[in-house]
Design a protein around this ligand. Structure first.
Ligand SMILES: [Zn+2]
Length: 252
């Protein structure tokens, strides 16, 4: 294979605004993986702000269905006990969601496919619709995960997470997105953290392994870096093969 020099987008202003716009060359399903506390929610939201692609989390979808009292919401509420949606419901939620018009360019998945059966149901769907899966894996050692989760505060209203150490809200105790009060999640208490990481490894480890072994396009990132640094690196990697910046497309 001939090495191709990719044009580097100017991401230097990522700290203040998102001046660079991107367009996918073909529809992408960006699947973001990482243990609890790895920052995948934050990463997904930043990527969504920058690209305009919807950030889809099965937890958010489920909450919406329950609030709207849909059939799926009613079916889920009985089985929900703070755990994840079962495979059948998660598959249905995502399959319905990604057929909406705003997903036609590309979309970002946070926490799906979470299990191997979900993955084996989802990949043929992507193939049928000619959507390219891109896997981003945020890696973090367990000690860092522990200290991060202990410093995490979450908005009780919209679910956005902040970190008192690495990603503080602009106003103490208030959500940047909706202004509601921030609180420590009860499942972030030290005793439960190891359990959550183990649970993640057990449930989603096989999915990550499958995707890596089957040569899907995977990018492993050091999640201890600033979310915006991770984002720049991921975008630099995608530009050329999967993405063009608007300035690139206007000159070509
Ligand atoms: Zn909020």
């Amino acid at each position: 294979m001939v090495a191709v020099l990719r044009p580097k987008p100017d991401l230097s202003q990522l700290n203040t605004a998102f001046p660079v716009s991107f367009r996918a060359l073909k529809p992408l399903a960006v699947m973001v993986y990482g243990a609890p506390g790895s920052g995948k929610g934050t990463f997904g939201r930043l990527l969504s702000q920058l690209t305009g692609w919807p950030h889809i989390s099965t937890g958010d979808l489920l909450r919406k269905h329950i609030t709207a009292d849909t059939e799926l919401g009613q079916a889920s509420i009985a089985i929900l006990d703070g755990q994840y949606a079962p495979d059948r419901i998660a598959n249905q939620l995502v399959s319905d969601r990604i057929q909406l018009a705003d997903c036609h360019d590309s979309f970002i998945l946070d926490g799906y496919p979470r299990t191997l059966p979900q993955c084996l149901a989802f990949l043929p769907m992507l193939q049928r619709w000619q959507i390219e899966p891109i896997v981003i894996r945020l890696q973090l050692d367990r000690q860092t995960v522990r200290s991060r989760l202990l410093a995490r505060v979450t908005c009780s209203c919209c679910g956005t997470s902040f970190n008192l150490v690495s990603f503080p809200p602009s106003q103490a105790g208030r959500c940047d997105e909706c202004g509601s009060q921030l609180a420590t999640r009860t499942d972030d208490q030290a005793a439960l953290i190891d359990k959550r990481i183990d649970f993640y490894d057990e449930l989603t480890g096989p999915v990550e392994k499958y995707l890596l072994e089957n040569a899907f396009r995977c990018r492993q990132m050091d999640a201890s870096l600033e979310p915006k640094v991770i984002l720049s690196e991921v975008l630099n990697d995608l530009v050329g093969d999967s993405l063009v910046t608007q300035s690139d497309s206007s000159v070509s």
